[in-house]
Each structure stands twice: as C-alpha cells, then as structure tokens.
Design a protein around this ligand. Structure first.
Ligand code: 3HC
Ligand code: NAI
Length: 698
C-alpha cells in the first residue's frame, strides 16, 4: 500500500494502534502536502481491519502551528483544512492527538476534531487567527464552544491569547496533561488507554452548546472599545454565536465569515506585518558570527539608559550602569528598580528574581573604568556630539579588545563618533525606543566601517532582548526619526493652514494609530523636538515653511505631560485640549498671513500619509533601509503604526504609486519645496510597480 506523502505525513503501525506523525519543518504548518497526507492516512486506516485506534502527533518542534500562512491570498488547493478536520472527526475509529510545542489556529482545530486530546506540559495552544485578520476557518469557532462554553471560546478566539496545558485542561479543551515522555511515546500510551477504556473518546460536534447571550454581547462591547478598527474579531463573535445551531449550519456560517475575512485588506496588512517581523532578520551580515555578549555596560541612567538596562537585566545579562555623579546614579537605579517592580506586577518575574537581579546582576558606578571587562557598552548620554565623542575616546582607552561600542543616539552621525576611536569597526548605533524595556524596535545603525560580526552581534543582542532589529544606514534620524521629522512637518502645516491639533490627532487615531502626533509629542516631551529644531535651524533652507507653535509652547515652559501642559492639559481628569494653544496658533497664522480653511478627516490622513510615504521612498533611494519591508517593521514596532495597514510601504501599495504621485503633484502647487516627487516613486509609477516587488527582488 502506498504511504501518504511519506516525507510529510507518516504512518507507523503497532498492533491495533496506528500512529500518524507530521514532519513539515520548521513548525509543521498545515500545508497542502500535510492536509492531503493526513486526509489520505485517515481514510486508509479507516479501511484497515487490523487497526482499532489512531493517534496523531508532530515530529520536531511542534504538533501543528496552524494553516500555512504563505498560502493565504493564493487560489485554495484541495483538500481544505475543514474537510480534513471532518475526515478526522467522522472517522468510525477513535482518533486522538498528542499536542506538544505549539498547536495554534488550524493545528488546534485538527486537535479539536480528534476524539480525545493529550497536552504535553509546555505546549502553547491558541487561536491567533484574529491577529492575522481572519477567524478560525476549520471548525474552530464551532468546536471550541462545544468544549469550553461560549464565554471562554470567545475569549480565546477574539483575543488570540495563547494558553498552556494546565489552563487548556481546566477549560475542557484537552482531556489529559502529561509532563514526561516523547510525543510518540505518549501517543502510543494514550492509544492503548483508549483500547482499555482508560481514556474515553467522543466526537466534539455531538456536544450541545449552552446559550450565553450575555457573553456574546460583552465580547462585542469589548471589541468596540479595544479593537474598534479591526474587522475580523466581530466576525469571530458571529461565528461563535452560530455554534448553537446544528453543526453543519454553524460550519457553513463560519465558512462564509472566514471567506469575507480572507479577502479583506486587513488580512493582507496583518499577514504582511507577521512576515515583516521575520524578514528584517535577513541581512547581508547573516553569515557573520556574532561576538558573545554576557555583560553589558550602559552609560547614562536617564530615560533611555535605565530602560535599556532594565531590558538587558530581564533578559538575564549582567549590567554595569554608569552615571556622572552619585545623585544621577541613584536616580537611574531607582528607575530600574521601579521598572522591575512593574515586571513583577505583570507576572514577568517574581520577587526573588527581582531581588537577585538588583543584588547580583546590576552593578552601579560613577567610574567608567568598570567597563574594562564588558562585552558590549551602550552609550545613552545627552544628545550632544561633543559629549559623545569625549565618551567614546575614553571607552576606546578602557574597553577590552573585541568589545562592541554602541551609541543610542537618535540623530547624530555614527561615523563621526566612531572616528574618535582606534576601532571604528567595533562601533555601531543601537537605537532603542522609549520606553526601552517595552518598545520592541531596535534600529541597528551600521556605520561605514562597522564590521559584519559587530552588526551580527547587534542582531543577536536584539533577539536575546526579545526585540525586532532592523538594519539602518547612517543619516540624520536613521530610518524612523528621519521619516517622522518629515511627516511631522506635514502635520504642522495642516495646523497652520486651519486644522486643529485635536482634529489631526483624531483623524490619525481613526486611521488606527493609538495616538495622534500631537498627543505623542506631549508624551515624549516637547523639549526633545525643540532641541532638534534648534540644532537644525542654521541649516534650514530659506524656502521651507516653518510652524513656530511648538516652540512657543515650549517657551512657556510647557513640555507636555511631564509639565502638566502641552498641546493638551493633564490635570488628572484625562487629557483635554489646552485652550491657551488656540491663541498661539491664531497668532502664528496671522503672522504668516494665513486665512485658515477647513480640512476633512480624509484630507488630513491623505496629506499625512503621503508625506510619510514620500520620505520613506527617499530613505530607500538613499540605501538607508535595505527593503520597503524594513521600513514597515520600523513603523509597526517603533511608532505604533496600525498593524492592519501593514506599515507605510504596504499601505502605499494599496493606494498605488500613481495615486500617490498625483497627490504630491497636487500639493506641490501650494508648496513645491516640501512636496517633491521621490525618483523611486516616479520609477515605480512608470513601471506600474509596487514596493512589494522590491521586497522580493532584494
Ligand atoms: N505558516 C507558514 N510559515 C510559518 C507559520 C505558518 N503558520 N508559522 C511560522 N512560519 C515560518 C516563519 O515565517 C519562519 O519562516 P522563516 O524562517 O522563513 O522566517 C519560520 O516558520 C519559523 O518561525 P518563527 O521564526 O516565528 O519561529 P518561532 O520558533 O519563534 O515561533 C511559532 C514559532 C510560535 C509557530 C510562530 O512562528 C507563530 O506564531 N506562527 C504563527 C502561528 C499562527 O498564526 N497560526 C495560525 C495560522 S492561521 C490558521 O491556522 C487558519 C485556520 O483557522 C484555517
Ligand atoms: P536623559 O537626559 O534622560 O538621560 C541622559 C543621562 O546621561 C542623564 O542622566 C545624565 O546624567 C547622563 N550623562 C550625561 N553625560 C554623562 C557622562 N559623561 N557620563 C555618564 N552619564 C552621563 O536623556 P535620554 O532621553 O535618556 O537620551 C539619551 C540618549 O538616547 C540621547 O542620545 C537621545 O537622543 C537618545 N534617545 C532618546 C530617546 C527618548 O525618547 N528619550 C529615544 C531614543 C534615543
């Protein structure tokens, strides 16, 4: 008898027991070969008189990580996962599954279609579909409520939350939890238990679902509040609601809702975001050997230094923190202790671990000589070239050969900093985002002379810290801040020409950003932008329009949240517009001779996004970012870009190069200094090309 897809799905016989194993590295995604193989295997074994029970398990790292995401958006290839799950569930012989590693999405759906489930301790179970813009589409919305009840199924399916074996057992998703044994051994044991009657089996579809309208309403309300922009979570609620109907009807409803989601632009954006996180690791230095990093030094215990130190300590590294004087050092260590306390509250670490970190892993000093033994040192002092150069000259003298020297500068020239050392090959930028122990982005800024293994070390460190590293070249602001500086000007011009800061913030929040640009400036501190504008003032071209409103707010000592006032007032009642800012705006408009005009929300979004895309195209042209997808990752993980739009470059593709070009031409009629057409965009429009093609070509 021919074995079904022997390379992906294998059958092993042991007396009356048949084991079906999956081997589709790296994560056992339910590709067409796996689906076909499983379907064929079940049908064969159903007809095999020697076999009385069938057990499924995964080889390698996991059971099944879900549908093969690379197949989304392509013509479906039979058999579909729904049919395969139905083949499994309707098999006349008992079919069971052993879950280890991950059983996510379609993987969990296969498991729920089996007649009993054994979870191996450490397994991660969940329905991540909504994070990809879809809903479970192989019976998950119908079978999960039958096992857990509607309320718990809604929680799992609408949030994508992943759970462990113990919780899955408590919820009724699995029948047994095992702590020892390989998946194969456990499959054999469990199959024999089915034969002896020690492990009961049943078909999930035959279980009745109790009504729970309150849970359905609560889920809808929660989604409206927390995920108002997302399309698929509400569809998931509708699908779960249908689980009260006879199984076949509920399944048909799920199918129809799944089809709506898979065709939605949000699905394309969210899947792009999933792959962006992974694509950015593919860099030219991928084969270079990273240097070992166990201990790091951090200079400066301010906003960034304390956050970077916290991230490193939480990742298990030894950290030496240096400050200018004892007072600043105490402030820095107090911030780290507060951050660690937050980690305890969120359940990331326990009290004992926090105490061990503070007493053993963290060393605080005012003496830079303490860096002599560090593997990597990150400088996070004031944004001042002379201060940084002075420090790097000292580090060059103090640090051991082979130590990596990094700067966290936001804008300054990494090559100029590296040039004061005798080892520019060991110098790079590691640009963290605030708060550094929370934000996932790390721009790895590669200087002219940075050695490949030093770049690789930056990426390896990011992995250890749980961050998403993106390779960036040297320019003022690197990838993210350079693009931000440009679209922030577009927001400033909108304000000068007639839109209020609140209106602009609202428009961008309705587009999907968690916060609009002026609320973000208030949060970051208006003094940061003020200092940057002062630094760049001597080089500002004559032809450039200038909006002085933020400067005037700063002149009054209002730096945003930290001073209680900025574009908004923060007085404990929740932010509200600062009424005094209106007068400042009016005065600025009058000085510039501007009669304010109305802006629709759509026009605000269009101008803001066009400015963002234009500068992003120039960042690509200049080779500062490797690929469009790197820019997408920077904005997704560092700037709160709405994930369902996939990132600025993915969003640009949904508009098309022609449409963007037309907008720039239109806006340039008012201001042809700011609104210039990037050459790359012109070329893309001429060839009817997309940024996505550039991702594939590089
Ligand atoms: N389909 C296709 N490729 C996948 C995949 C999937 N479901 N899951 C992971 N991969 C790929 C990754 O892109 C990566 O490829 P690369 O090496 O070429 O970059 C490789 O597998 C390894 O993945 P990670 O780097 O993420 O490995 P980790 O060990 O860090 O994580 C994981 C493994 C937890 C499985 C994680 O990859 C993950 O969360 N995957 C997505 C799981 C998921 O969302 N499943 C649901 C899919 S939707 C569905 O099932 C619909 C159904 O209802 C019909
Ligand atoms: P900060 O002002 O909060 O902290 C700087 C700290 O450096 C101060 O505590 C100061 O005492 C210390 N310091 C100054 N000179 C020193 C020296 N010679 N030796 C030891 N310590 C010294 O500044 P922040 O915001 O933490 O910024 C630090 C760096 O990080 C800057 O280069 C900034 O551009 C960059 N950055 C800032 C971000 C932010 O959002 N604040 C985001 C990303 C990067």
């Amino acid at each position: 008898m021919t074995e079904p897809n022997a390379h992906v799905v294998e059958i092993e016989r042991d007396g009356p027991v048949a084991l079906i194993s999956f081997d589709n590295p790296p994560v056992n995604a339910a590709s067409q070969a796996l689906r076909q193989g499983l379907d064929t295997a079940i049908r064969q074994l159903a007809d095999d008189d020697a076999i009385e029970v069938i057990a499924l398990y995964g080889k390698g790292r996991s059971f099944i990580a879900g549908a093969d995401i690379r197949e989304f958006g392509k013509p479906p290839r039979a058999p579909g996962l729904t049919e395969v799950c139905n083949t499994v569930e309707t098999c006349a012989k008992p079919v069971i599954s052993v879950l280890h590693g991950v059983a996510l999405g379609g993987g969990l759906e296969v498991a729920l279609a089996t007649h009993a489930r054994v979870a191996v301790d450490g397994v991660s179970l969940g329905f991540p579909e909504v994070t990809l813009g879809i809903i479970p589409g192989a019976g998950g919305t119908q079978r999960a409520p039958r096992l857990t009840g509607i309320a718990d199924a809604l929680d799992l399916i609408t949030t994508g939350r992943r759970i462990g074996a113990k919780e899955a057992h408590e919820l009724g998703l699995v029948d047994r939890v095992e702590t020892e044994g390989t998946p194969r051994e456990l499959a054999l044991t469990a199959a024999r238990d089915v034969l002896s009657g020690a492990l009961p089996t049943r078909r999930t579809r035959e279980i009745e679902v109790a009504a729970d309208d309150a849970a359905l309403e609560a889920a809808r309300a929660r989604i409206a509040k927390r995920q108002p922009h997302l399309f698929s979570p509400l569809k998931a609620v509708d699908a779960v609601a249908a689980s009260r109907r006879p199984y076949a009807e509920g399944e048909a409803t799920e199918r129809a809702l799944f089809a709506e989601c898979i065709d939605s632009p949000q699905r394309a954006g969210l899947v792009h975001a999933f792959f962006a996180e992974r694509a950015v690791g593919k860099i030219p230095e991928v084969h270079a050997h990273p240097r070992a990093v166990h201990s790091i030094g951090v200079i400066g215990g301010g906003t960034m230094g304390s956050g970077i130190a916290t991230a490193a300590l939480l990742a298990g590294l030894d950290v030496t923190l240096a400050e200018r004087d004892q007072e600043a050092l105490d402030r820095g260590t107090a911030t780290i202790a507060k951050n660690l306390e937050g980690a305890v509250k969120r359940g990331k670490i326990d009290d004992a671990r926090r105490d061990a970190i503070l007493s053993k892993a963290l060393t605080a000093t005012t003496d830079l000589e303490a860096f002599a033994t560090c593997d990597l040192v990150i400088e996070a002092v004031f944004e001042d070239m002379e201060v940084k150069k002075d420090l790097f000259a000292q580090l060059d003298r103090i640090c051991r050969d082979g130590a990596v020297l990094a700067t966290n500068t936001s804008y300054l020239d990494v090559n100029e900093i590296a040039a004061v050392t005798r080892r520019p090959g060991d110098v790079l930028g590691l640009h963290f985002f605030s708060p550094a122990h929370v934000m996932r982005l790390l721009e790895v800024v590669v200087g002219e002379k940075t050695a490949p293994e030093v770049v690789a070390t930056g990426f390896a460190l990011a992995r250890k810290l749980g961050k998403v590293a993106v390779r960036a070249g040297v320019c003022d602001g690197f990838i993210g801040n350079r693009i931000l500086a440009h679209y922030k000007k577009a927001a400033d011009y909108l304000m000068l020409d007639g839109a209020s800061p609140q209106q602009i913030d609202r428009a961008m929040e309705n587009f999907g950003f968690a916060m609009g640009p002026f609320a973000v400036s208030d949060l970051a501190g208006l003094d940061i932008g003020w200092a940057a504008r002062k630094r760049l003032a001597p080089t500002r071209p004559e032809a450039e329009r200038y909006n002085p409103v933020a400067d005037r707010i700063c002149e009054r000592g209002w730096f945003g949240r930290k001073t209680g006032k900025g574009f908004y007032v923060y007085d404990g009642e929740g932010p509200r517009p600062n009424p005094e800012v209106d007068a400042i705006i009016d005065a600025a408009r009058a000085e510039a001779g501007i009669t304010p005009r109305e802006f629709s929300e759509q026009e605000i979004v269009e101008r803001y996004m066009t400015a963002m895309i234009s500068e992003a195209a120039r960042v690509l042209e200049d080779g500062i970012a490797l690929r469009p997808i790197d820019i997408d990752a920077v904005f997704l993980f560092g700037y709160g870009f709405p994930r369902h739009h996939g990132g600025p470059m993915h969003y640009a593709d949904t508009l098309g190069a022609h449409a963007i070009l037309n907008r720039i031409q239109e806006y340039a009629k008012e201001d042809n200094h700011f609104w210039r057409i990037p050459q790359l965009l012109e070329e893309l429009a001429a060839q009817d090309g997309t940024f996505a093609q550039m991702n594939r070509e590089t």
